[in-house]
Write a protein that binds this ligand. Sequence first.
Ligand code: FAD
Length: 311
Amino acid sequence: MSIQDVELVIVGSGPAGYTAAIYAARAGLTPVVIAGSVSAGGALMTTTEVENFPGFIDGVQGPDLMASMQAQAERFGARIVIDDATNLDLAGDTKVIATGRGDVYRSKAVILTMGSAYRKLGVADEDRLTGHGVSWCATCDGFFFREQHIVVVGGGDSAMEEALFLTRFAAKVTVVHRRGEFRASRIMAERVLSHPKISIQWNSEVDSLVGAEKLSAVTLRDTVTGEIRDLAATGLFIAIGHDPRSELVIGQVDTDSDGYVRVDHPSTHTNLRGVFAAGDLVDHTYRQAITAAGTGCAAAQDAQQFLAALD
Ligand code: FAD
């Protein structure tokens, strides 16, 4: 256990956190990145091919991209700590960050980049088949499913958006919804219902997934009759929502009704002096590695200007 005074602490080590670390380190701030103990590297550690991060003509594996970002941040002097932030005291001029191993960091500025988590179905093999047919992001992975049958699970606006977007690639899209009507806005629901490539499985939920190396079918359960049936499909997009990982800071920084940290757009300033936030933790909409990296860059610059003004 130790108590350390540092200039800047970054909580989170996804594209937002590591990009903030690269910029802050190059500005001479020697940031400490509290990377997380089990999910260091962030959401891209759970995927395979990333084809839309600029600069990689042939794509890049998610974990390789994150290892490069980490190495790049370390090259300029960022310190990566594989540990969880377990308590943050952000209100005063000195921010206090306690970790799971019992260390305490004190700093004048903090950048929050804890990301958000896609809600899972909670069925067997969901993790095993992620990146092998199972996805949470049509923008990221739709291109891999050209001329295939894709199942989309969900009944809200995001599920409608995912289904409509996927019609650009898929031979056929089936939307699986556990109720008898969508909760999405009427206009989005109507677009889905009238689309020639989309069919709906009402009153159905995913019971289990079929596939050894890759997904080959989705087993559905009828929520009214309990009947079980297999639907052959090579793609499954789960669109049942996502939750920001803001539990540590709720009640300290302003959040919206869904728990996303509010920032003073286009800056990354939160309502607390010296506290900045970036990436999927603040972003309902775009939720891409490149947008997270972009706001991570902005947060480092905002933090740097804040610290410079204190001197
Ligand atoms: P994250 O990457 O989620 O990182 C959050 C970080 O916070 C993690 O390091 C975690 O360990 C840390 N953390 C959380 N709580 C704590 C705590 N208490 N203490 C310390 N650390 C903490 N985007 C693309 O652009 N292209 C793609 O192809 C693509 N594919 C994807 C595939 C999958 C399966 C998933 C899930 C997402 C994909 N995305 C893709 C989206 C992209 O991964 C996210 O938009 C991006 O990672 C968000 O970056 P972030 O830094 O905001 O958060």
